[in-house]
Design a protein around this ligand. Structure first.
Ligand SMILES: [Zn+2]
Ligand SMILES: [Zn+2]
Length: 333
């Protein structure tokens, strides 16, 4: 065979798998799409047919309406053209998968987005040895070190108790982060009702339907102000500073994101209590994962490729930078 991975072609709008005539996470409508997970920079509506995990398909139904869907559960395999395609957990959000592509003795793994830390809302990342590992690099700089999630949740609970006459408003992405923050709070013994912005409702319900318990959740809209005193309210980041939040009882504005490691980002969003909770790998997780997977080549996308390219070079791993568009993870992680 020709060059390693010559059957996989990266285009700006996604990764084309030639012998399957299918695209991975295409940002444009395609006849055949393999989708790693439900975030908007990976899952789009309008494809002819979609292959994804049942959970990702359920999330896409909520966001884009009914798809022409082919569910592939973790560990299952389907044959598309001449390629065997299977899905294994990526540990990123509910249903998130790495896509394994096997063709004529070569194995390519497309990670999508992933993290290695425990997350009560999704299955943990599985290490799959392969020839080419296509990795994200959202937090691909050595300065990115995410602290322990439990200690960030404890800071949130401490603040709630320290100012009992206020409430804490937590900005969190509607898919994944919001449910994870709620589940982590429950895991820390916080049994109080948690209130949510209307934009969270359908995905929280879906998580519960798919077997992720979130405890006593109530809509914030319509709740009397007095009832919200001393409570935690979860909203999309975009609602933190808008009119909606003005009716809350003197909220402490918090935000749960890997980007909260950057002080300037917290300040831009008027965040009083930045919580560094990320659904992406930090630098140590990225480099440890490349060690664990031990591929012959690493293809890097989705963020800050340079430093990881350099790290691979130092460790004598062949690396290549892919320039895909529509992969900037600022809005949603
Ligand atoms: Zn992403
Ligand atoms: Zn994602």
């Amino acid at each position: 065979m020709a060059r390693l991975g010559s059957w996989i072609e990266p285009f700006p709008e996604g990764i084309f798998v030639k012998p399957a005539d299918a695209w991975v996470d295409p940002s444009q409508p395609k006849d055949r799409a393999l989708v790693t997970h439900g975030h908007a920079d990976h899952a789009r509506g309008g494809h002819g047919a979609v292959w994804a995990t049942p959970e990702t398909l359920a999330i896409m139904d909520v966001r884009y309406g009914q798809q022409s869907a082919n569910p592939v559960a973790y560990g299952e395999s389907v044959r598309l053209g001449e390629v065997d395609v299977s899905f294994v957990p990526a540990g990123h959000v509910l249903g998130s998968a790495q896509i394994i592509l096997d063709y004529r003795g070569e194995r390519v793994v497309v990670s999508g987005d992933y993290k290695r830390r425990p997350d009560p809302t999704c299955a943990p990342f599985v290490v799959v040895p392969c020839d080419i590992f296509i990795t994200e690099a959202t937090f691909g700089l050595p300065v990115f070190h995410h602290p322990d999630t439990g200690s960030e949740i404890d800071r949130l609970l401490h603040r709630l108790r320290a100012e009992p006459e206020r409430c804490v408003l937590v900005g969190a992405y509607a898919l994944g982060k919001a449910q994870r923050v709620i589940a982590e709070l429950r895991g820390r013994g916080h049994d109080e009702p948690i209130y949510y912005h209307g934009a969270m409702e359908r995905l929280c319900r879906l998580y519960e339907e798919l077997g992720v318990p979130l405890g006593d959740l109530r809509p914030a809209t319509g709740a009397p102000k007095a009832e919200l005193v001393g409570k935690i309210i979860i909203s999309p980041p975009s609602a933190l500073n808008d009119r909606w939040s003005r009716r809350l009882p003197d909220p402490v504005t918090a935000m749960a994101s890997g980007w909260m490691r950057i002080r300037q980002r917290a300040r831009q969003k008027n965040v009083e209590l930045p919580l560094v909770i990320s659904d992406h790998s930090d630098w140590d997780e990225l480099t440890q994962t490349i060690r664990d997977v031990a591929p012959r080549e690493v293809w890097i996308t989705h963020g800050r490729e340079d430093a990881l390219m350099h790290w691979c070079m130092l460790h004598q791993i062949k690396a290549r930078e892919l320039n895909l568009v529509g992969y900037e993870d600022d809005e949603e992680e």
